[in-house]
Design a protein around this ligand. Structure first.
Ligand SMILES: Cc1cc2nc3c(=O)[nH]c(=O)nc-3n(C[C@H](O)[C@H](O)[C@H](O)COP(=O)(O)OP(=O)(O)OC[C@H]3O[C@@H](n4cnc5c(N)ncnc54)[C@H](O)[C@@H]3O)c2cc1C
Ligand code: SF4
Ligand code: SF4
Ligand code: SF4
Length: 421
């Protein structure tokens, strides 16, 4: 059984590992930090199930039913939900409607024990847990054991919302043995996922420079820098450090090989609902929310998705833009391979992160700070600051719940102005 002939044919979804009847497949990270399946040929009986269930290689089931899909520019009514989300907070509204029905929402979050180094998919049954899934993490999220867990919840009759990149959603449907009415899915339009090893190396470099341990990280601080800015913040020794070093690498050549050969970079979406940043909103809905706080583009692909959206849309303001020719490049083709992609990974494997950060993002590693200087500036996380963070999170959740209940439904419909219909 030759499962992965070329790296660009495997998105690392773990479906093959989970379906193998002989437990012959285990995922292993390559020198770039991406997971690939390895077959134990002593155990393999050559049944072919792994390849048959591989949605990336054997084809995925398109969920798109509406032509064109219903499309909305969306913003959460609650300012805190909006500012804590990557774009307009559509994910918060949709997941809230599932949580209200005692469902479970799956998405990508920082692992609580290995934060901020390890990003994985996890389930949330409360708003506090769900808040950890908010915001884009520009690292490939490990699906670990969530597919079997989701299957179990579905069989028990619990409502499940799964959100992830297109390949993760396509993989989930391939893994499941049948269609479930109680499963709802969201795919996010994505241009590629960077390597977890690169992220870890980046954190270690910053730790060396600043003299402390990384405690938390945020990939984009919209509150401070706005929606369109792209900066990462890492808290080391109680101090936040913001830079564009990782971002510059992110926009270069650090994505998974399969992302350059993405089977999902088209309008045949694999999920019930598709979410994206609404780039190009200025033309699609002029003079609406032109304040750099973020707008989600929500595409409703089928009636199952519309049912979920009907239960969620009372938390948001929306502008209908159905039929608009969206310019999102990842709805048309995968990212083009950067000219220095192969060289980048060769350099990374041979010479390491610090060399690459200087060569590819012009960041020369700073001199490590002197111990006395570090001690003077370090503000270790105290019980008090920890309590503050938890308090703020609780306040956010309580305030959002109150707003969702009290705000009147206010839906803008600009379609007539836009399309003369
Ligand atoms: C790797 C990556 C690439 C992206 N590329 C594009 C792009 O090319 N064009 C574009 O318009 N938008 C892109 N986005 C942004 C994405 O479209 C927004 O996150 C989406 O619009 C949701 O925003 P929100 O405000 O509704 O919700 P938020 O609350 O910000 O929700 C974030 C959602 O994204 C999921 N998520 C976060 N990180 C990951 C991850 N690493 N892997 C899988 N799921 C994750 C969470 O589970 C959650 O469901 C990208 C996001 C990521 C994570
Ligand atoms: S894409 Fe997923 S199912 Fe296919 S080989 Fe890779 S890990 Fe296995
Ligand atoms: S061919 Fe069958 S037994 Fe062999 S690795 Fe694939 S699923 Fe497992
Ligand atoms: S670009 Fe394609 S292959 Fe890469 S993470 Fe996104 S959906 Fe998956």
């Amino acid at each position: 059984m030759d499962l992965v002939k070329k790296k660009e044919n495997c998105c690392g979804c773990r479906t093959c590992e989970k379906v193998c009847p002989k437990d012959a497949i285990h995922m292993k990270a390559d020198e770039c930090g991406f997971l690939y399946p390895e077959i134990d040929f002593e155990k393999c009986v050559d049944c072919g199930l792994c390849l048959k269930k591989c949605a990336f290689q054997s084809g995925y089931k398109k969920r798109k039913e509406f032509e064109p899909y219903y499309a909305y520019g969306v913003r959460h009514k609650d300012e805190r939900a909006l500012m804590n989300s990557r774009s307009g907070g559509a994910f918060t509204a949709i997941s809230n409607s599932v949580l209200k029905e005692h469902g479970i929402a799956y998405g990508a979050g920082f692992d609580s024990e290995r934060q901020p180094y390890y990003i994985k998919h996890m389930g949330a049954t409360t708003k506090e847990e769900r808040n950890k899934l908010r915001g884009s993490k520009y690292v490939q999220s490990d699906l670990n054991d969530v597919f079997p867990e989701i299957k179990e919840k579905l069989e028990q009759g619990q409502t499940v919302l799964f959100s992830g990149t297109g390949c993760q959603v396509g993989a989930l449907y391939a893994y499941l043995p049948k269609e479930y009415e109680n499963l709802y899915t969201i795919d996010i339009i994505c241009h590629g996922v960077p390597s977890p090893k690169l992220w870890e190396d980046f954190l270690h470099m910053r730790e060396k420079e600043k003299g402390g341990k990384a405690e938390r990280a945020a990939f984009r601080n919209k509150k401070r820098y706005g929606w369109k800015a792209h900066k990462e913040t890492v808290v080391i020794g109680g101090q936040p450090y913001t830079s564009r070093i990782y971002t510059r690498l992110f926009y270069g050549c650090n994505i998974r090989p399969s992302c350059l050969n993405c089977a999902y970079a088209n309008t045949n979406r694999p999920a019930d609902i598709t979410l994206a940043d609404f780039w190009g909103h200025e033309k699609a809905m002029p003079d609406v929310w032109d304040d750099d706080k973020g707008i989600s583009l929500v595409l409703i692909n089928n009636s199952h998705g519309m049912q979920l959206w009907e239960n969620s849309r009372n938390e948001v303001d929306e502008v209908e833009v159905t039929g608009y020719p969206f310019r999102h490049r990842r709805l048309h083709a995968p990212m083009e391979k950067p000219k220095n992609y192969d060289q980048f990974w060769k350099d990374y494997a041979k010479k390491g992160f610090e060399y690459c950060s200087e060569k590819y993002s012009n960041h020369k590693m700073e001199e490590p700070r002197k111990e006395a200087e570090v001690l003077k500036e370090t503000k270790p996380e105290t019980e008090e600051t920890k309590t503050e963070a938890v308090k703020e999170e609780k306040e956010d959740t309580a305030q959002e719940a109150k707003q969702a209940e009290t705000l009147p439904k206010k839906v803008f419909r600009h379609i007539k102005q836009l399309f003369g219909e």
